[in-house]
Each structure stands twice: as structure tokens, then as C-alpha cells.
Design a protein around this ligand. Structure first.
Ligand code: HEM
Length: 462
């Protein structure tokens, strides 16, 4: 009761409930039941059975929310669809179109090209001595461009964008979609608010949904008519359009549009925020930064830019990223799961249609599992065994994140390259502020700024 009575903000839940002694916290709302699972081996393992019966952002027992209805194709997208045949099909299409090992191999050039563009942008302000860089927008532009090129063959962010008008239209739409999608929504917890169009909200959402749908349809039509002026030949749209020819019922335009939208929403801020948290931790722990740089220098050297094949040879960098995901999981309460039947969790009788929030943030800081949990210690992963219930930044089970491998490749490549090519320091003697902001993805409250100086390798590779 306490939790949402004063603030109907699901995102505060991870800290407030994580500090309680209870392993499972029940929150009663007028028409929606919510249970938060905190650190407890038994509670976590019991929660496992829920992964088979799950709804998602925008999808609740009483049907999709207003945002899901209009923006996410009536809740029929991969992220929002309840577990069942339709969700299984969408997941398969997503893998076939963009996230399979094969697709990741074919798109390796896109990621290395975008990382190079990022390095050259930073070089402009740091080729002579230390220059100041705003990291948040750099990381976001990088991830957006990588995903957009893999999905649609377009790059709309940062420098060197070809079609400025089109890019502006898209960036306006996606900024508004992300704002709606990652904000917590009072109407999910207080359904009576669904009947009230406070401040013309529904009208705004409908307008945004129409703009977004028109834009996405335009991308598909361009590629269908062969008119597209894309950066890359093989994209998710082109793959799914060839499959559409033989099976139009299955690979519909609506399915493709829904996939583009959810992959951008689910993949962008999660990946870029993790890069920002990692870099912040490294700037506050220069000895760890030096160790990462030494590992890269010894394994890759200063002649060639790091590539994705080098990543397995950089275990310390991997441990740094894991430790960041432990301390600052980009989705601290994972995504809501729903009970499709009555069950028991941690001694609670949980009725059908209850929302389950798994408190990954608190599980990752459980002192019974983690030694000095609030300390940044990448070394802990050298000798530690952890399982999918003690470290779960990507969730677990059937509804676990399908983009984990892609996310990890982008983060490792980008951070590895930045550390290989530049010396990094904080903008002042003061530590980087690690305060967490609000939002469904846990952003940094203050965007990260840093100073950097080019290393000799840059003159060889740019
Ligand atoms: C560091 C980066 C990322 C993190 C931390 C992350 C985290 C998560 C988490 C916690 C979930 C929910 C799992 C659950 O509730 O059990 C999820 C789901 C999902 N993620 Fe990610 N994610 C990341 C990157 C990506 C990327 C790059 C993509 C694709 C481009 C992606 C696509 C998705 C999709 C489509 C789902 C929903 C899957 C379903 O419901 O079947 N994610 N992610």
C-alpha cells in the first residue's frame, strides 16, 4: 500500500522495496495487484514459473493500456504480447530478421563503421591536448545509428546524415515515443484514469501513433519499391520483405512496423545507458580504467582498431561491463510479468492477473550473495560462480532479452575502442555524480561529461 499510495511511480519501487526485510512485497492498488520479488533464493526460483505466463509493458490483465493500444499495435508487439503462439511467432521473426548469429555476423561492418564515426567525432575536440566531450548523446547517437542501419539501412543521428529533413522527422517521432514508452504510467495502476483524457493525453498519443505508423510504413514501402536510398543492402526490412513474398499472412507490414518500433525502444536506452554507467564507474576508478587499457594494449596493440573478434580476448573488460550491469541494471525491475493462473510466491497466495515485478536491482545488491555489494569490484567475476537468478540484467527464461548478445557486442566494441584510442579523465577532481534518475530504464540523473586526449593509434586508423 505504502509504495504507490503517495507516488504512483513504479520506478521508485526498486529502492523502496529492496531495502525492506520482506522478500516479497505486495502492493494493493484499487484495481491492479502488484507483487515485487526481492532478494531470496526461494522467491526467485518460484518466480521462474511466471516466465511462462507473462504480459508486458502496456499489457495488463484488463487489456492493453492506452499507449499500447495506439502506439504498440494494440499490444500485439514482441515486447507487449502475452505469452502464446503470437508472441512465439514474433520472437522467431525477430531472430530471423535481425538478432540471429548469422544476422549479427553479417552486420559486423555496420557496428565497426559507426564506432569509427564516433571516434572521429570525438577526435575533433581532442586531437591536441584534452578536450571535453558530452558522452550521453554520443552513446545514444551511436546505438540509434547501429540499430537503424541493421533494421532499415538508415542513419539519422549525429554528423554525416544525408537526408536531413527525413532524419529530423524521425528524431522528433522517436523522442516522443521513447518518452511515452519509458515513463511509468499512472493509468496502469489506477485504471479509472484510463477513462479520463487528462490534458488531451489520448489525443496526443493517437497523433503520435499515426505519425509513427506513417513513417515506418514509408520505410517499408521505399524498400518494397526498390526506391530506398539506404546505407546498407541487407536489413531486417529487406529480409522480412523477401519472406513476405512467400508467406504474406505471416510476415505482414504491421508485424514489421511493430518490430522496428519495439527493437528501437527496447534496445537504445538500455544499451546507451549501460555504456554511460560503465564509463562513469571507470572515470571514478582510474586504476580500473588503466587496467582495461593495459589489457587492450597487450591483446590488440596500437596498430589496428579493436574489432568484435577481439572481444573474447578481453576478459577484464567483460568483467567491468558485468559489474556495471550488476550495480546499475538498465531495467531495474525487469519488465512486468503477469500471472495467468493462481500461484504461490514466497508464502503469498497470488491471484490470477497479478503483476509481478522482479527487483533485479535489489537482487544484485543482496549482501548474502555479493561481497561488499555497493563496491565496484570487477575482479569479483574472476573467481565467482553466479547463476541466472543472482545476476539477471537481461532477465531470464523464455521472455529474457533477445538482444543481450547484440547489446553486449555494441557496448564492448564501443568502450574498448574509446579506451584503446583515448586517455580519459574526469572534468574536475570531483567524482562523477552516480545519482540514478527516474524512468523505466534507469538513466543517470546527470548526463556524463568527460575529457579525453587522442592516443597515437588514431592517426593510423582515421
Ligand atoms: C545492455 C543492454 C540491454 C539490457 C540491459 C536489456 C535488458 C532487458 C530486460 C531486463 C528485458 C526483460 C526481461 C524480463 O523481463 O525477463 C529485456 C527484454 C527485451 N529486450 Fe533487452 N536489453 C538490452 C538490449 C537490448 C537490445 C540491443 C535489443 C534489441 C535491439 C533488446 C530487445 C529486447 C526485447 C525485444 C525484449 C522483449 C522480449 C520478450 O518479451 O520476448 N534489448 N531486455
Amino acid at each position: 500500500m505504502l509504495l504507490f499510495a503517495s507516488s504512483i511511480d513504479v520506478v521508485v519501487a526498486y529502492k523502496e522495496t529492496g531495502n525492506r526485510s520482506n522478500n516479497v512485497v505486495e502492493i494493493s492498488k484499487p484495481m491492479v495487484k502488484v507483487v515485487v520479488v526481492n532478494p531470496s533464493t526461494s522467491a526467485q526460483r518460484k518466480a521462474r514459473s511466471w516466465s511462462t505466463s507473462r504480459g508486458r509493458m502496456f499489457t495488463f490483465s484488463s487489456g492493453p493500456s492506452r499507449e499500447g493500444k495506439y502506439l504498440a499495435y494494440n499490444g500485439n508487439t514482441l515486447v507487449t504480447a502475452p505469452y502464446g503462439d503470437h508472441w512465439r511467432n514474433l520472437r522467431k521473426i525477430c531472430l530471423l530478421g535481425v538478432l540471429s548469429t548469422n544476422c549479427l555476423r553479417e552486420s559486423v561492418g555496420i557496428r565497426s563503421d559507426e564506432v569509427k564515426q564516433m571516434l572521429s567525432k570525438i577526435y575533433k575536440c581532442s586531437s591536441v591536448g584534452y578536450g571535453k566531450v558530452e558522452m550521453k548523446s554520443i552513446f545514444r547517437d551511436l546505438v540509434f545509428n547501429v540499430l537503424l542501419r541493421m533494421l532499415a539501412g538508415k542513419r539519422y543521428f549525429g554528423e554525416g546524415v544525408k537526408n536531413i529533413e527525413e532524419a529530423k522527422r524521425f528524431t522528433d517521432i522517436i523522442r516522443d515515443v521513447l518518452e511515452v514508452a519509458t515513463a511509468s504510467n499512472p493509468a496502469d495502476f489506477l485504471p479509472v484514469m484510463r477513462w479520463i483524457d487528462y490534458g488531451g493525453y489520448i489525443k496526443r498519443i493517437k497523433g503520435l501513433a499515426k505519425k509513427s505508423d506513417d513513417f515506418l510504413q514509408g520505410l517499408i514501402d521505399e524498400q518494397r519499391k526498390g526506391l530506398s536510398n539506404t546505407e546498407d543492402e541487407e536489413t531486417m526490412i529487406s529480409r522480412l520483405l523477401s519472406l513476405q513474398k512467400s508467406d504474406p499472412e505471416y510476415y505482414t507490414d504491421e508485424t514489421i512496423k511493430g518490430l522496428i518500433l519495439v527493437l528501437l525502444v527496447a534496445g537504445t536506452d538500455t544499451t546507451s545507458a549501460t555504456m554511460e554507467w560503465t564509463m562513469s564507474l571507470l572515470l571514478n576508478n582510474p586504476n580500473v580504467m588503466d587496467k582495461v587499457q593495459s589489457e587492450i594494449d597487450s591483446q590488440v596493440g596500437q596498430d589496428n582498431l579493436i574489432n568484435e573478434l577481439d572481444i573474447p580476448r578481453l576478459p577484464y573488460l567483460q568483467n567491468v561491463i558485468l559489474e556495471t550491469l550488476r550495480m546499475f541494471p538498465a531495467v531495474p525491475l525487469l519488465l512486468p510479468h503477469m500471472s495467468s493462473r493462481e500461484c504461490q510466491i514466497g508464502g503469498f497466495d497470488v491471484p490470477r492477473g497479478t503483476m509481478l515485478l522482479v527487483n533485479a536491482w535489489a537482487i544484485h545488491r543482496d549482501p548474502n550473495v555479493w561481497d561488499e555489494p555497493t563496491e565496484f569490484k570487477p575482479e569479483r567475476f574472476q573467481n565467482m560462480d553466479f547463476d541466472q537468478y543472482t545476476l539477471l540484467p537481461f532477465g531470464t527464461g523464455r521472455r529474457g532479452c533477445p538482444g543481450a548478445t547484440l547489446g553486449n557486442r555494441i557496448i564492448s566494441l564501443a568502450l574498448g575502442s574509446l579506451i584503446q584510442c583515448y586517455y580519459w579523465k574526469r572534468i574536475s577532481d570531483e567524482e562523477v555524480d552516480m545519482t540514478e534518475g527516474t524512468g523505466l530504464n534507469m538513466p543517470k540523473a546527470q548526463p556524463l561529461e568527460a575529457v579525453c586526449k587522442a592516443r597515437t593509434i588514431l592517426s593510423k586508423i582515421l
